[in-house]
Design a protein around this ligand. Structure first.
Ligand SMILES: [Zn+2]
Length: 203
């Protein structure tokens, strides 16, 4: 009996710990989620577990733009309707979701998977900059839009990329300043993002 009780408590606290590691979920929220799941049906928890497993098993990164995809290349890179002369540089895959939601941009993307941050020891080689430069080599791109976050790391990354790309004879633009400094792209609303893309300025 005691052993059963210990095992149950162990499973509960283990899941609380795991939820607690997720962004935006503190110990209280983690606890609430776990006790909610304890009351949920076996079916519901099984669906959640399966969804978690297939998240990793059924997704990969596009070998061209490094967006999350279930097919390689991704739906954007393989879409012939997209404007192949423009590449929009973002820090994270979810930034593409935010920009696509505005419906205003029809070019391609490149996901850096991070931003340069000397304080946190993230250098140019730790994000997908080399792969970006490879994509620019064939001369088919005439505009690179820097859509890194309007915060310190994002600005540093944008300046670094501008120094690398401008000498290649490619126009480099940066999203307009309508985005409040210190925020992240994925949280910007559609109207602000649309204005930022439309008002993008040459670096
Ligand atoms: Zn792609």
């Amino acid at each position: 009996m005691d052993q059963d009780f210990a095992a149950t408590v162990g499973a509960v606290s283990k899941l609380i710990q795991e939820f607690n590691k997720l962004p935006g979920i503190g110990p209280k929220s983690a606890q609430r989620l776990v006790y909610h799941l304890l009351r949920a049906s076996e079916e519901q928890t099984r669906l959640l577990a399966e969804a978690l497993l297939s998240l990793k098993q059924e997704t990969r990164l596009c070998s061209i733009c490094f967006n999350v995809t279930d097919s390689d290349s991704c739906r954007i890179c393989s879409n012939e309707q997209r404007d192949r002369n423009k590449i929009c540089i973002v820090e994270q895959p979810q930034d593409i979701l935010a920009l696509e939601h505005t419906g205003i941009y029809s070019g391609l993307y490149h996901v850096l998977h991070g931003a340069i941050s000397p304080i946190e020891g993230v250098g140019a080689d730790d994000v997908r900059i080399r792969e970006l430069l490879d994509r620019l080599e064939d001369g088919s791109v005439d505009e690179v839009i820097l859509a890194t976050n309007p915060n310190l790391e994002g600005e540093q990354t944008a300046m670094y990329l501008n120094r690398l790309i401008t000498p290649l004879g490619i126009k480099v633009t940066r999203l307009a300043r309508g985005l409040p400094f210190g925020t992240e792209l994925e949280y910007a609303d559609d109207v602000t993002l649309t204005r930022a893309i439309e008002g993008r300025q040459e670096f």
